[in-house]
Design a binder for this molecule. Structure first.
Ligand SMILES: N[C@@H](CCC(=O)N[C@@H](CS)C(=O)NCC(=O)O)C(=O)O
Length: 215
C-alpha cells in the first residue's frame, strides 16, 4: 500500500508542480482528485486537511503538507537526489527568485477563485477575464524572458543543465497559458526551456492531459 497521497486536480498548476517533483524524485504516489470547478476543494473532509480549500495537499510520511513551494522543498530535503536547488547559496537564491516570479507574482492573481471573482463581483465577461490573465502573465514573463536570455547561469534549463525548482514552476505556467491563448512568440528562451523540460519523462508524466481525471 502506497502511503503518499496527492490531493490535486489535473488542471491545477500547483498540483502539477508537485507531480513533477514526485516524478523527478522517483517517488510513487496515489492521487485523490478534487474537482475545482465543482467546488470539491471546499468539501468539509478536504477542509479538515487543508483549511485554505486549495490544492495541492500532500499526505506523506504521516504528515499533511500544504502550499506547493513548501512541499517541493520538503521533498528536496527528504530526497536530496536529484537536487531541485543548487549547492551554492547564490545559485539557490537565483533559482528561488525565478521560481517565485511565477509562483508569487503570476499564479496568485490568476488563480481560479480570483478569475471567478472578477466575473461574479465585477461583471467581467470571458474575454475580459482572459485579458486579465494574459496581462499578468506578460508583466512577469517579459522580465523573466530577459533574465533567462541574458544571465550566464541559464543552461538547457532555467539554471544549468538539470531541472530545478524554477523549471518545476515554469512548465505548469506555460501549459496554463495555452488555455488563455497567451502568445509565446516574445518568449523564445522560456519556450526553449519548456520544450526541454517536457521531453523529460518526469515532466511528461505530470502533464494535465495524462492525469486520470483529465477531461
Ligand atoms: N500558494 C498555493 C496556491 C494553491 C492554489 O491556489 N491552488 C489552486 C489550484 S492551482 C486552487 O486550489 N484553486 C481553488 C480555487 O481557486 O478555488 C500553493 O502554491 O499551493
Amino acid at each position: 500500500m502506497n502511503s503518499t497521497l496527492l490531493h490535486g486536480f489535473f488542471r491545477s498548476s500547483t498540483a502539477f508542480r508537485v507531480r513533477i517533483a514526485l516524478n523527478l524524485k522517483g517517488l510513487a504516489y496515489d492521487q485523490r482528485f478534487r474537482h475545482l470547478r465543482k467546488g470539491e476543494q471546499r468539501a468539509p473532509d478536504y477542509l479538515m486537511l487543508n483549511p485554505q480549500g486549495l490544492v495541492p495537499t500532500l499526505e506523506i510520511d504521516n504528515h499533511v503538507l500544504t502550499q506547493s513551494l513548501a512541499i517541493l522543498e520538503y521533498l528536496d530535503e527528504t530526497h536530496p537526489e536529484p537536487a531541485l536547488l543548487p549547492k551554492d547559496a547564490v545559485g539557490r537564491a537565483r533559482v528561488r527568485s525565478l521560481a517565485y516570479m511565477v509562483a508569487c507574482e503570476i499564479h496568485p492573481i490568476n488563480n481560479l477563485r480570483v478569475l471567478q471573482d472578477l466575473s461574479k463581483r465585477f461583471g467581467a465577461n470571458d474575454g475580459a477575464v482572459a485579458e486579465w490573465f494574459r496581462h499578468w502573465v506578460k508583466e512577469t514573463f517579459a522580465p523573466l524572458e530577459q533574465r533567462l536570455a541574458s544571465e550566464a547561469s541559464t543552461g538547457t534549463f532555467c539554471h544549468g543543465n538539470t531541472p530545478t525548482l524554477a523549471d518545476v514552476c515554469l512548465v505548469p505556467q506555460v501549459i496554463n497559458n495555452t488555455r488563455f491563448q497567451v502568445d509565446m512568440t516574445p518568449y523564445p528562451t522560456i519556450s526553449r526551456i519548456h520544450r526541454a523540460c517536457i521531453e523529460l519523462p518526469a515532466f511528461a508524466a505530470a502533464l494535465p492531459d495524462v492525469q486520470p481525471d483529465a477531461e
